[in-house]
Design a protein around this ligand. Structure first.
Ligand SMILES: [Zn+2]
Ligand SMILES: [Zn+2]
Ligand SMILES: [Zn+2]
Length: 216
């Protein structure tokens, strides 16, 4: 696939990524509410059917399931798990509980740190140098926005030119059809309608229907 194709925006991210980022985890499982293990911290990349508890997961045996973890009330995924299925380059990673993780979504930062030189391109959270985004959500937002603007101007051009051409072709075809079908499909004007047309237009000799009337 070349760059700039119309499907790039859709194919840019795996289908499960946006649903995953919208999902709420660490809620009680509706199906297994009576189990003490029913906190939903798993997500099936194949089914994309919401947060799963460990009992739900039994129905996704050969599927690619990913575990969501928590850090200070924010959802994170271990780098070792997510990088197998997603390109996380540019997203800052953090070491939490001796595991390297990425955040799913941006976290509001009340005020920027002092002496910050590098911030998230989307939410302006302070980052270490060499990173562009604080989270997977910001990476989607940051890379899609630029893409969309570019695509909007591209497609506007091609849309207007192709649509005016299409309009032209359509008119041309319509006109040709009209010309071809005009005399056979038009009933011969009755004397009454001929007279009104003549009176209204007031140019008897150059009436457009004249030729037809002679024919019939
Ligand atoms: Zn469950
Ligand atoms: Zn599944
Ligand atoms: Zn951010």
């Amino acid at each position: 696939m070349g760059a700039g194709g119309p499907d790039d925006e859709d194919n840019r991210w795996p289908p499960w990524l946006k649903p995953l980022l919208r999902e709420r985890f660490f809620v009680q499982c509706k199906l297994h509410a009576d189990s003490h293990k029913s906190e939903c911290n798993m997500y099936c990349l194949d089914c994309m059917n919401g947060a799963l508890c460990s009992l739900c997961l039994a129905y996704h045996k050969d599927h690619r399931a990913i575990q969501i973890r928590r850090s200070s009330y924010h959802d994170v995924i271990r780098v070792s798990e997510i990088q197998k299925v997603l390109d996380i380059s540019g997203v800052q990673t953090y070491v939490i509980n001796s595991a390297r993780v990425v955040f799913l979504n941006e976290r509001p930062q009340p005020r920027p740190g002092k002496g910050v030189t590098n911030t998230c391109e989307v939410c302006e959270r302070s980052l270490l140098d060499s990173f562009r985004f604080c989270s997977l959500g910001c990476k989607i937002a940051g890379t899609s926005k630029r893409k969309k603007q570019q695509m909007a101007s591209d497609s506007e051009d091609s849309y207007s030119s192709s649509s005016s051409h299409a309009r032209y072709m359509k008119n041309k075809i319509n006109n040709e059809n009209k010309v071809q079908s005009f005399s056979p499909s038009t009933p011969p004007p009755t004397p009454a309608s001929y007279r009104t047309a003549k009176r209204r237009k007031g140019i008897p000799h150059r009436a457009p229907m004249g030729g037809l009337i002679i024919e019939y």
